[in-house]
Design a protein around this ligand. Structure first.
Ligand code: F6R
Length: 603
């Protein structure tokens, strides 16, 4: 959350900063701002709301300078106002920050007593004030930053500029990711490769506790103990530079449509010549007696689906937890545990902290989309989901690719543990490789789903139901709908409805049921009848056989037939399209829904 960028350039830097912030806007869009040093003079411009407002401000009131830092904000401390927008300035110091300073109240009180009063509600301003106080005590900028960092508790990626210094930028990271680069007489700092890809072709990722002093021609990195260190430089993948909607109205639409191709790519990476292919050092499930899966949001629901698969195929107990609970619960990690962390961004703060809790206690597998991410780098085994860059805030193709990779992992567990016959394994591999084509077919019912969504957009509350591995999909359907359409939605296990939630049902509440024909179909139908008996308006999403047996539903959506075990991958598509078209019908901002950000790097 929050994106930061910094450039010591050869030319005017404002346009470069704004362009980089555009690429970082997925991290937050509550406000944006830049600061520059021009002939030794530090100044800044800030604007509330999306980046376009900052661009407008800069047209009216340009900001000259070849050295600059920029920020796009997802508000944590203090409302999204101009005063709370970054860069924050205290005297000769300007700073941009991604993260949370947990001891800022204490520091602020201490600084106030020394006459360094705060003007904003933010935690970040404390950082600038601290640095200012050390500079006024006679410290150089490097010394002031080193002393400031020692006082901070919490998570941060920072970039500093100083009045009077045209050729100096200082960067620091603890908890939040940050990369730097020196390229042909220019220096760069950025939250990720995406921000910097158009400017440089290589990056150095700062490690935990590192800070770096950059000029146009030099960089010195220090570790958490202020010792000079070297960190490797890595090439930026061409993928990081590609950011195009390809004719689609929204990133979300593009990413939904891409699913047959990216899923095929992911599956081909792990299934070759009708056999499973895993990294050489991938874990041996024969030595595992328990799997713990940890993630947040949509990635958590992917884990929840995988629990059904791993338990059923490999007869291996799986515990699934949300990272924000797991990290503080201090759960026992007995011998024989394997921990699996799933994250699209690979930067989610809670998931990373949960991983760090498991570090040294058990083998760690990371299922990630961004391969150079913090979670990928901290894991023992990385299984990339190969979804390509996901920009829409609502996760779509990453979810189905996570499911595909977790399906492969479940089959690997079954193979290692000898719980499937050769024929069963072949049949599963064959079915899985056919899923991308089925997804392409499922995308063909978009028109029907658009019509249903028009009716859904009138509702105030919507319920989603599913049984077995379709239950997490009901949760995912509800999450997708509420995050982009702002309609209140809840997902329930079909059988759980009568234990309370059915009290919500009346003729104003649509109930969306994901029910492919499977051994539990009859039971789900009974739950549906209970809803209809109370006036509930049922939308049944099922296959030909499932729909033929049902009458009196409000709407139906006909899906292709699919092997019941892998149905959640396919049924993700109607869940996504219903949410997308409901949001369109409501006129909400599909790609940048309110209050959300793509990469959740704070707790
Ligand atoms: C919902 C969504 C979020 C993320 C969650 C975890 O559409 O995108 O719920 O799934 O914030 O993010 P990652 O996967 O990056 O760890």
């Amino acid at each position: 959350m929050c994106g930061i960028v910094g450039v010591l350039g050869k030319h005017e830097v404002s346009p470069l900063l704004v362009e980089a912030l555009k690429r970082l806007e997925y991290r937050g869009y509550d406000s944006a701002g830049i600061a520059t040093v021009d002939d030794g003079h530090l100044d800044r411009r800030r604007a509330v709301g999306k980046l376009i407002n900052l661009s407008d401000t800069l047209v009216r009131d340009p900001l000259p300078g070849k050295s600059g830092i920029g920020h796009t904000r997802w508000a944590t401390h203090g409302a999204p106002t101009e005063v709370n927008a970054h860069p924050h300035r205290a005297g000769p110091v300007a700073v941009v920050h991604n993260g949370i300073i947990e001891n800022f109240e204490t520091l602020r009180a201490e600084l106030k007593a020394q006459n360094f009063g705060a003007e904003t509600d933010t935690d970040t301003e404390t950082i600038a004030l601290l640095a200012q106080s050390y500079l006024e005590d006679g410290a150089t900028p490097d010394e002031a930053v080193a002393q400031t960092l020692q006082r901070l508790e919490g998570a941060f990626a920072l970039a500093f500029l100083f009045d009077g210094y045209d050729d100096l930028m200082i960067a620091a990271r603890r908890g939040s990711p940050l990369a730097i680069s020196l390229d042909d007489g220019e220096a760069y700092v950025g939250s990720d490769a995406i921000a910097l890809a158009p400017m440089t072709d290589h990056l150095t990722y700062l490690e935990e506790g590192d800070w770096a002093v950059l000029t146009r021609n030099s960089v010195q990195i220090y570790d958490a103990h202020n010792q000079p260190v070297e960190r490797p430089s890595e090439p930026i993948t061409p993928e990081a530079g590609r950011v195009e909607k390809g004719g689609h109205r929204h990133w979300m639409a593009k990413e939904i449509a891409e699913q047959p191709a990216v899923l095929d790519q992911a599956l081909q990476h792990y299934i070759r010549d009708a056999d499973l292919v895993m990294p050489n050092d991938a874990v041996d499930f024969a030595k595992v007696n328990r799997v713990v899966m940890v993630a947040c949001g949509t990635a958590y629901y992917a884990c929840h689906v995988a629990k059904y698969w791993i338990e059923r195929l490999a007869n291996l107990p799986v515990e699934v937890d949300v990272a924000s609970e797991f990290r503080y619960r201090e759960p026992p990690i007995p011998e024989g545990t394997l921990a699996v962390f799933v994250s699209q961004s690979g930067e989610t703060a809670d998931t990373l902290a949960a991983l760090n809790y498991c570090k040294g206690k058990c083998p760690i597998v990371a299922v990630v989309n961004v391969e150079g991410s913090s979670i990928a780098r901290a894991a023992d085994v990385v299984l990339p989901i190969l979804a390509g860059r996901e920009i829409g805030v609502a996760s779509t193709k990453a979810f189905t690719c996570q499911l595909a990779v977790l399906a492969v992992l479940a089959l690997k567990a079954a193979r290692d543990r000898g719980t499937l016959t050769g024929e069963q394994m072949d049949a599963h591999l064959d079915t899985l490789t056919r899923i991308p084509a089925l997804i392409a077919q499922a995308l063909n019912i978009e028109d029907e789903l658009r019509d249903i969504a028009r009716d859904l957009s009138e509702a105030r509350d919507i319920l989603f139901l599913g049984r077995g591995a379709m239950y997490p999909l009901a949760l995912e359907g509800a999450l997708k709908l509420k995050e982009i359409s702002y309609i209140h939605a809840e997902g329930y296990a079909s059988g759980e409805l009568k234990h309370g939630p059915i009290a919500l049902v009346d003729d104003s509440v649509p109930v969306i049921v994901f029910a492919p024909t499977d051994p539990l179909f009859g039971k789900t139908v009974s739950n549906m009848q209970e809803v209809m008996a109370r006036g509930g308006k049922v939308v049944l999403v099922s296959d030909t056989q499932g729909l033929s047996s049902q009458r009196a539903t409000w709407h139906t959506a006909q899906m292709p037939d699919v092997a019941e075990l892998w149905a959640p991958i396919l049924y993700a598509v109607p869940a996504q399209l219903l949410a997308y078209h409901t949001a369109i019908a409501k006129g909400t901002d599909v790609d940048q829904p309110r209050n959300l950000a793509k990469s959740v790097t704070v707790e």
